[in-house]
Design a protein around this ligand. Structure first.
Ligand SMILES: [Zn+2]
Length: 339
């Protein structure tokens, strides 16, 4: 645990507030810009995360300072120890056999030490630290040097606090996504013509090599992928876990005398383990992503077949922008082991 409070940003040099103010007075647009900057800066410091992560960075820097204190004389002169004090020599710290070896060891210790100091300097002068130093300078000016005196002890481990904040944010984000999906589900349900409307608008896209058929009593949607030589049946079923809405389940179209291939089985597993099981448009889109399955490489290893001679059967949606600026989903193919 750290024991001392770090001190302000003297290494970055003091800011020049007086000049900035006079320049602003002469140039209204500069003044406006500076006010906007100040607004966005003060907004930045409204967030708890910014404060916690800044304190964490200061804590890290302080720990580095303590570590640097052991550099001179201890670590820089370490190669001399077994010579000066033979009792401390041992297998992990042998007496250097020749002056050349000693010289090389000392040089190495200095090179390592200088690298450590340089690393510390670049941490101190990094852009993210500059934001923090500026804030400290500003605060100290505001209270005219009358800031709380450190008692030399950090009361919190800010990396732990930061982790907790991140976790909270993740949970919030998951909840937000769930809500968004719920909204989308409600919108999809109110599409004109219901699920048949979704099928119809998909048909109208006129994807080459794709046929969509309905059986006589309109309980099964069949998607035929001509190029892949496959067909899938889609049926509406009651959703699991009593969610109060139905889901779409896929099965291989059964042709008498034609056994299912390993490829078809693999695709079916992936189709039925998809998210958004309520989303028929998503499912139709996903099935069609297999249209070129026999010509599609794995997005990770860039190969057609894996070690087990299998094609990439996994599909993952990826948001991309279409040429006319709309957000569309493109599907990336992966092998089982590459996913
Ligand atoms: Zn692969």
């Amino acid at each position: 645990m750290a024991t001392q409070q770090p001190v302000g940003g003297s290494m970055t040099g003091p800011p020049a507030p007086a000049q900035a103010t006079s320049a602003n007075n002469e140039n209204p647009s500069l003044a406006k810009e500076s006010k906007e900057n100040a607004d966005s800066t003060s907004k930045l410091w409204d967030s708890e995360r910014q404060i916690v992560s800044s304190l964490w960075k200061l804590q890290e820097l302080e720990a580095k300072i303590h570590q640097l204190r052991t550099l001179l004389p201890d670590r820089l002169l370490a190669p001399l120890v077994p010579i000066v004090n033979p009792q401390k020599a041992g297998p992990g710290r042998p007496v250097p056999k020749t002056p050349e070896i000693l010289c090389e060891q000392l040089s190495q210790a200095v090179r390592d030490g200088v690298a450590e100091v340089e690393e510390f300097k670049s941490m101190w002068q990094s852009p993210e630290m500059k934001v923090i130093w500026d804030r400290l300078d500003e605060k100290m000016k505001e209270c005219d040097g009358d800031y709380p005196q450190p008692d030399g002890v950090w009361e919190q481990d800010y990396d732990v606090l930061l982790e907790e904040l991140d976790k909270e944010e993740r949970i919030k984000e998951e909840r937000r996504q769930k809500d968004e999906e719920e909204q989308e589900r409600l919108r999809a349900r109110s599409v004109e013509g219901g699920w048949k409307g979704i099928v119809e608008s998909f048909r109208q896209k006129g994807l080459p090599g794709v046929r969509i058929l309905l059986n006589k009593n309109e309980t099964v949607i069949t998607v035929v992928l001509l190029k892949a030589g496959m067909a899938f049946d889609i049926q509406e079923v009651d959703g699991q876990e009593n969610k109060g809405y139905s889901e779409w389940r896929v099965s291989n179209k059964q042709y008498p005398g034609k056994p299912k291939t390993k490829l078809e089985t693999g695709i079916l597993i992936c189709l039925n383990s998809r998210p958004r099981k309520w989303d028929l448009a998503y499912l139709l889109d996903m099935i069609c992503s297999y249209s070129e399955v026999k010509q599609t490489q794995c997005a990770k290893c860039n190969k057609m077949t894996d070690n087990a001679a299998q094609l990439p059967t996994i599909r993952r949606p990826k948001q991309v922008e279409s040429p006319d600026g709309k957000k569309i989903v493109s599907w990336e193919a992966y092998h089982q082991d590459c996913a």
